[in-house]
Design a protein around this ligand. Structure first.
Ligand code: ARG
Length: 288
C-alpha cells in the first residue's frame, strides 16, 4: 500500500492556503563595479576582500531566476565609482507609473538618486524629485493599498508624508531599532500584496514597541522569522505572490514559506551580503 501525500494539509494539520503568482516588472543593476570601500552599515568592512566577478555571477543567477519566473526585467547601467548601485531597491519607489526619487542619507550614495531618476524619466515614468531624505523601496513596502514605511537609520520620517501626498495611500511609519536591520526590507518581507489577503513576514526584535504593536494588530497571521534567518538577510526576499526568492541559507524561513503555501526559491548572494544587501535590495519593483 502506498501512502497518499496530500499536499493541501500542513504538518500541523491545517489547510495549506492556495497562493497565486502575478508576473512582476522589476529593475536591476549589475554589480560590475561592486566592492566595499566604505562602511555605512555594520555588514560592511572595507578591510575584507570582495570578489566582483563572483558578485556578478551570483547576481546573474538572481537575474536568470526572475527571467525563468516570467518577470519583465529591466536593467540600468552601473556607474563606475558607485559600488552600491547594485542595490536597486534604494533607487526609488514606483507605483501607478509615478516614480518617487531617492535622496540618500550618506554622501557616498547620493549620486545614485539622480542616476535612477534619469532612468525613470527615460522609461516614461512620471518622476517626482524628493524633498526629503529617503532610500526608496529599501524602506518603503507596498502591502495591499498601504505603504509600510521604515525610519530610524536611513529614510527620514518626513519622507513618509511626501509619500502619502504623492500616492494618496495610507502610509504606516515603522521605526527600526537594530543597526544590522537598517532598511525596512531587511526586517520585513511582503509575501502577498493582494488587497484583502495581505501577508507579511518579519523579525520582531528589529522594531520599536509601538511599531511592533501595529504589526501584530494589522497582520496577526504574519510569519515570524528566526534571528538566525534574519542574520543571513533571509527576509530580504522577493515574492510574486507564490514564488518567493530568498537567501538559500535561510533554512527555517524556507520551511515556513512551504507551510504557508508558497514556493521558496533559494539564491546565494553571499558576496553582496558583504555590502549589507540581499535579494530584495537588488530588486526595484516597477508598478506601472
Ligand atoms: N551598502 C548598501 C547601503 O548600506 C546596502 C543597501 C541594501 N539595500 C537595501 N534595500 N536594504 O546602503
Amino acid at each position: 500500500m502506498t501512502d497518499i501525500v496530500d499536499d493541501t494539509i500542513t504538518q500541523s494539520g491545517g489547510i495549506r492556503p492556495t497562493r497565486t503568482a502575478t508576473t512582476r516588472s522589476v529593475l536591476m543593476c549589475s554589480p560590475e563595479f561592486f566592492t566595499v570601500v566604505y562602511r555605512i552599515n555594520p555588514w560592511m568592512d572595507p578591510a575584507l576582500p570582495t570578489d566582483t566577478n563572483l558578485a556578478v555571477d551570483q547576481w546573474s543567477v538572481l537575474h536568470q531566476t526572475y527571467l525563468d519566473l516570467g518577470f519583465d526585467v529591466h536593467l540600468i547601467d552601473p556607474i563606475p565609482g558607485l559600488p552600491d548601485m547594485v542595490y536597486a531597491a534604494n533607487g526609488g519607489m514606483v507605483i501607478d507609473g509615478i516614480a518617487y526619487g531617492a535622496s540618500f542619507t550618506h554622501p557616498e550614495r547620493q549620486p545614485e538618486g539622480p542616476a535612477y531618476m534619469d532612468w525613470f524619466r527615460a522609461n516614461g515614468l512620471d518622476v517626482r524629485v524628493p524633498e526629503q531624505i529617503n532610500e526608496g523601496e529599501g524602506d518603503f513596502l507596498l502591502v495591499g493599498d498601504t505603504i509600510l514605511a521604515g525610519t530610524g537609520f536611513r529614510s527620514d520620517s518626513l519622507s513618509h508624508g511626501e509619500l502619502a501626498d504623492i500616492y494618496g495611500r495610507e502610509v504606516v511609519t515603522l521605526r527600526l531599532v537594530n543597526p544590522s536591520f537598517y532598511h525596512l526590507d531587511t526586517a520585513l518581507a511582503v509575501l502577498d500584496s493582494t488587497p484583502g489577503q495581505e501577508h507579511i513576514a518579519y523579525l520582531p526584535s528589529a522594531f520599536d514597541a509601538r511599531s511592533l504593536d501595529l504589526l501584530e494588530e494589522r497582520y496577526p497571521d504574519a510569519v515570524i522569522v528566526t534571528e538566525t534567518d534574519a542574520a543571513v538577510l533571509g527576509l530580504n526576499s522577493f515574492s510574486d505572490g507564490y514564488n518567493v526568492v530568498i537567501a538559500s541559507r535561510a533554512a527555517d524561513f524556507e520551511r515556513q514559506l512551504r507551510e504557508h503555501g508558497y514556493n521558496p526559491i533559494g539564491v546565494d548572494l553571499s558576496e553582496l551580503l558583504l555590502g549589507g544587501g540581499g535579494v530584495k535590495c537588488c530588486t526595484l519593483e516597477l508598478r506601472t
